[in-house]
Design a protein around this ligand. Sequence first.
Ligand code: GRF
Length: 200
Amino acid sequence: FRIAVFASGKGSNFQALVDAQLSGALGGDICLLVCDKPQAPVVELAAAANVDTFVFEPKEYASKEEYERNIAAELQQRGVELIVLAGYMRLLSPSFVEFYSGRIINIHPSLLPAFPGKDAIGQALAYGVKMTGVTVHFVDGGMDTGPVIAQKAVEIKKGDTAEVLAERIHHVEQKLYSEVVSWFAQRRISLNGRNVTIAE
Ligand code: GRF
């Protein structure tokens, strides 16, 4: 089961997926990292893990369609079956999302539909909720709006700073994402409208 990860940053979720693959828990093969930030730490992590990379600088392309055509070619060459967004800080075009519909997932650090978009952790703290969490969902044309696959709650504790809460959330993310990807590798996930079912 061939997987591509798209990421723009630190890569803690990428690394957790790589570690899950190495331990045999993922049941799939991460065959490509797509990254839009040549300086991002995740690029180094991919090199260390021997994962092929497609690293690009968006401003060197005339349009989003043009670099996405290159990405799609890399995916097709490798027979990628699942695209895993892990902190990819760029919206995919509607035609790309349409083409890979049902085969792109994202992880978001809140219990969607609460706090979509940027800085979900800061939004939750500012709102004063006592409980937030992590959502893994299919990607559709909107921002963090696709069908929900899995969620885990994370408590906000008295005196939490954004850093402390982010660490608690990231810990939950890393575990949950590998688990969800393994369900895909086992072909246990089906999508019907907005309804996601996970076979036993
Ligand atoms: C994670 O918090 C994820 O939920 C969000 O972006 C962050 C990526 O972190 N979409 P990392 O690059 O995996 O460390």
